[in-house]
Design a protein around this ligand. Structure first.
Ligand code: SF4
Ligand code: FES
Length: 249
């Protein structure tokens, strides 16, 4: 058996519930949550879709580390000691984990408004990503031929195209915790992805750098690499932010 200690919130109240779940081989935290919802408390709310680490919607704080519930196995996290998650990622301090070694503490992703239980409002996160204009502007030009990309550029860029907008990086980010306007790791990584793209124009690149050149932009980053450590898709936002800073020097 494993105990899930789950943070509940209904708008007015915040409390913790404990649920005992029979552990099965290979069981993920998401499956354990289904077990609770289907057999013990149908009012438990959480978000998911693909169940395969593709949609990014099941991100939550598991033993104080932002992770995808569908990709996190119960067996791998149930005996993590408080403040010492096994994967070595620094914990995001929220609530205390009980000493019970078979317990998993589950909370909503930090730095977002909670709608209910483990569901957070992603609107602010999406609007931050949107604010860096993450697209190629082709409005006033008709390309006559395909734009070729150097293999080295493609290699550099590929890492950043893998983002699934799960916001685990945002949940781990200390700069996002203290500044609600901070663009955050995902948006800045996205900005670098479009800065690198050979189809972007110099004018767009200049405008982008101007937009990011502030304390709520690239200069807000603490360079503590927490976003890099938690990203399930190995996107590495911090090096992207450092590259963008270099372009401004
Ligand atoms: S950069 Fe990584 S952690 Fe951040 S939103 Fe994208 S996939 Fe998720
Ligand atoms: S359910 Fe889609 S990433 Fe977990």
């Amino acid at each position: 058996m494993v105990t899930l200690k789950i943070k509940r919130q209904d708008g007015d109240r915040t409390w913790f519930d404990h649920f005992e779940v029979e552990e099965k081989t290979g069981m993920t935290v998401l499956e354990a949550l289904f077990h609770v919802q289907e057999r013990q408390d149908g009012s438990l709310c959480f978000r998911y879709s693909c169940r395969g680490a593709v949609c990014g919607s099941c991100a939550m704080l598991i033993n104080k580390v932002p992770r995808l519930a569908c990709r996190t196995q119960v067996a791998n996290v149930k005996d993590e000691a408080d403040d010492e998650p096994k994967d070595g990622v620094a914990a995001v301090k929220q609530s205390e984990k009980d000493e019970d070694k078979n317990e998993i503490l589950i909370e909503p992703l930090p730095n977002q408004k909670v709608i209910r239980d483990l569901i957070v409002d992603m609107d602010h996160f999406y609007s931050l990503v949107d604010s860096v204009r993450p697209w190629i502007d082709s409005q006033d030009r008709e390309p006559e031929k395909v734009t070729l990309m150097e293999p080295s550029t493609q290699e550099q860029l590929e890492r950043y195209t893998n983002c699934i907008l799960c916001a685990t990086c945002h949940g781990a980010c200390p700069a996002a915790a203290r500044d609600g306007n901070y663009l955050g790791p995902a948006a800045l990584a996205k900005a670098w992805r479009f800065y690198l793209d050979p189809r972007s124009r110099d004018k767009d690149r200049d405008e982008l750098l101007e937009l990011l050149d502030s304390e709520s932009g690239v200069w807000g980053c603490d360079v503590v690499y927490k976003c890099v450590a938690v990203c399930p898709k190995k996107v590495t936002p911090t090096p992207a932010i450092l590259e963008l800073r270099k372009k401004m020097e």
